[in-house]
Every structure is written in structure tokens, then in C-alpha cells.
Design a protein around this ligand. Sequence first.
Ligand SMILES: CC(=[NH2+])C(=O)[O-]
Length: 157
Amino acid sequence: MAFSKDSPNGTPYLLPATAAQGLANYPHARVIPGSPRVVYVSGTSSRRGDGTYAGCATDPATGAHSLDVREQTAAVLQNIGTIVRGATGGAVGLEAVVDATVFLTDMAGDYAGMNEEWNKVWPDKTAAPARTCVQVAALPSPKLNVEIKCMALWPQS
Ligand SMILES: CC(=[NH2+])C(=O)[O-]
């Protein structure tokens, strides 16, 4: 997954065709070249490239969605890892994330489950990104209960 080098504002962007596409005109990530390379990752969800959502089961009779924050968080973090690897030519992934903002639609119901998945990726808080977690009234789809935006650094020699 290569990133574009020809952005009009001079900051390359990552827009992989096989990943879930943005819902408006924004890339998956924007990259500040140099050392360290700085990767700004757009708010990322569990939406897959085919438009389906990890961690969402829809009742065909009622249309009601059943959301699993653990499955969604695991998928979000996996998607972010893919984006960071794409933006750094595979050099670094989730371990390079230094700052993250977590958006939950139900802090009371989902904070503990989200933390469980987060802590699987970062079992050591000394290696984990700085993090902020907030509750939001809604995310772009009712099939989502968590979205994460973040920034990663890749110190190139
Ligand atoms: C989904 C998302 N990142 C946005 O800004 O709509």
C-alpha cells in the first residue's frame, strides 16, 4: 500500500483502494515527511473495505443493530495498524502510535470493553500512546460504537 507523493499541499496522503473509503473527501492518513515522519490517521472505524462492519450484527426482522465494542475496538486497532504500515512502507505499525483519541457512543456501557482490547495491544503503559477518551452523541453510522483517531511517529535514520 503506497502513499501518494503528489498532494497539492505537499503532505503525502494514504488512500488505499481496498480499505473502507472515507465518507467524504479526506484520506485515511496524511503524512508529514522527514524524520521523524509524522502520520496523522483519520478517525477510523470497524468498517471493512466491502462496506460491512466488524462487531455489528443486524436483526433482519427488526433492523436493530447489536454492537460488540470489543470486536469493534479490535478491528479499529487492526485497521489503524494497516494504515500506519501503509504510510511508512511497512516499517512501523501500531507500536509507532504516540497519541490517540477514542470516541465512544456509550461510555458507561463500553469503556471497560474497549479498554480490554486496547490493553491487549498495549499491555505495558510505558509503551502505550497518550490517550484521550470521550463520549460522543453519535458516530457516522448507527452500526458503530467506537472510532479512534491517532498520530504516529516514525523516526527515520
Ligand atoms: C468517519 C470519519 N473519519 C469522518 O470524518 O467522517
